[in-house]
Design a protein around this ligand. Structure first.
Ligand code: LLP
Length: 433
């Protein structure tokens, strides 16, 4: 359940009518529910209760400072994949000992910064990265705590672009080489082995691939311990899927996921870390847009919105489905007709839904894209010079803009002219033409 519900005939975020925010902020905008974020985080806490654990929110899914502050205050750790995300987590008050650093291409500068400022562990993805990290840590007179991300060669059976645990994917070290690379790690002066890491993909709607991967990791733990490595943490990654439609989908619940983890890990004496992103943030956010036109085409009608692929790229990039609902609740039994729902960007790919059955919507009507909290705002851009979409956080009957829409001047003035163009006339003179 989330906290975007119709009350008195109009869609609310918790106790705030979305229409009210739309009037104040303008559309499009993202809107998040504090209660939903909190509840989703707590579902994981409950799911892993009774075992030592840390839930590291994958901030790539939603990285606004207000969201990180909210989750950090609940005790969340953070999974970061860049120096920028590391700084975001720290700026939101999350201590280094609750931050894990993932990613296949960490730079020397990122390593040194995180080591200097404090880090729980690096999830290292290759022997090459291990060697560099050791060098960086040793040169700072310290040792970097690491897990190796192991690629278990399990097919997550999710979208091609977000499956990461097959041997042809770029992620992790092959499980067949894990013992060899752990032996290398143990011999390096700047490395301290603390555990094993695995992450097989995103939007998994079945527990079986997780279970297959985690079983391999538990077996590997025994082997590595026998080899003398102090494996005290298992980072089991993120990836638990969410329902994107209100009707027919029922992915496993965090409680079932947690029970499976506890069963597979059994009485192994390890601390469990997980890195959920989407399950915490996905259904805690919506994107609100206005209808610009209902354009009658040949054989099909187009609902043209003021939101576009630059604001929410998931449909264009992954063919992802988002439910799109009117903010004013349609009368029961109202006739629905198929429309293509599109944005103003000059590409046919700027299509949110094809032949979607929608109730009648007039220009200026508000619509909400559900399940847009994860990989929505964070993947937004200013393509077509559309200022970056703003974000709003609701808490009961209050709301606050947590990232304002930039003005056109702010957007344009981020560009700078090189000295040789500064004095050039802004318009061509007649003689030039
Ligand atoms: N840990 C690692 C190492 C990851 O690479 C990811 C996601 C996560 C955790 C969090 O996964 P989650 O719990 O959110 O599924 N932009 C795509 C999703 C990309 C996921 C990338 N990695 C989308 O919009 O579906």
């Amino acid at each position: 359940m989330d906290h975007f519900l119709y009350k008195d005939g109009e869609l609310h975020a918790e106790d705030v009518p979305l229409r009210e925010i739309a009037v104040a902020v303008g559309t499009p905008f993202y809107c998040y529910s504090s209660a939903t974020l909190t509840r989703h985080f707590q579902l994981f806490e409950e799911a892993l209760s009774g075992r030592e654990h840390l839930i590291c929110f994958a901030i790539k899914s939603l990285s606004n400072q207000a969201i990180l502050r909210l989750l950090g205050a609940l005790g969340a750790g953070m999974d970061v994949v860049s120096g920028g995300e590391y700084r975001r987590a720290r700026a939101a008050g999350v201590p280094g000992e609750r931050i894990v650093f993932s990613g296949v291409g960490k730079t020397r500068v990122e390593m040194a910064y995180a080591l200097g400022q404090g880090i729980r562990q690096f999830n290292v993805e290759s022997a090459e990265e291990l060697a560099l990290l050791s060098q960086v840590a040793a040169s700072m007179g310290t040792r970097a705590p690491i897990t190796l991300r192991v690629n278990p060669d399990v097919d997550a059976r999710t979208h091609e672009k977000i499956a990461t645990g097959r041997k042809e994917d770029k992620f992790g070290v092959p499980i067949s080489r894990a013992r060899e690379i752990y032996a290398e790690a143990a011999a390096l002066p700047g490395i301290e082995v603390v555990g094993i890491d695995v992450h097989i993909g995103s939007q998994l709607t079945d527990l079986a691939p997780f279970e297959a991967a985690f079983t391999k990791i538990v077996e590997l733990t025994h082997l590595l311990r026998a080899d003398g490595h102090p494996i005290r943490r298992l980072d089991l990654g993120g990836g638990l899927g969410i329902p994107y439609t209100q009707s027919n989908e029922a992915p496993p619940l965090p409680l079932e996921y947690g029970a499976m983890i506890k069963r597979v890990v059994g009485d192994l004496d390890v601390e469990i870390e997980i890195e959920p992103g989407r399950l915490i943030s996905g259904n805690a956010g919506i994107l609100v847009a206005s209808v610009l036109y209902l354009k009658q085409g040949e054989g099909r009608d187009f609902l043209i919105l003021d939101a576009a692929m630059n604001d929410l790229i998931r449909p264009a990039m992954y063919g992802a489905h988002h439910d799109i609902i009117p903010v004013i609740e349609p009368a029961p039994g109202v006739a629905r007709a198929p429309v293509d729902i599109v944005g103003p960007v000059c590409e046919s790919g700027d299509t949110f839904a094809k032949q979607r059955a929608m109730p009648p919507l007039a220009p200026d009507a508000l619509v909400a894209f559900r399940s847009a909290g994860a990989y929505g705002a964070v993947m937004a851009s200013e393509y077509n010079s559309r200022p970056l979409v703003p974000e709003v956080l609701v808490h009961r009957d209050q709301y606050a803009v947590i990232r304002p829409r930039p003005s056109f001047d702010e957007m344009i003035n981020r560009d700078t002219l090189p000295p040789w163009l500064e004095t050039a006339p802004a318009t061509a003179s007649d003689e030039d033409g």
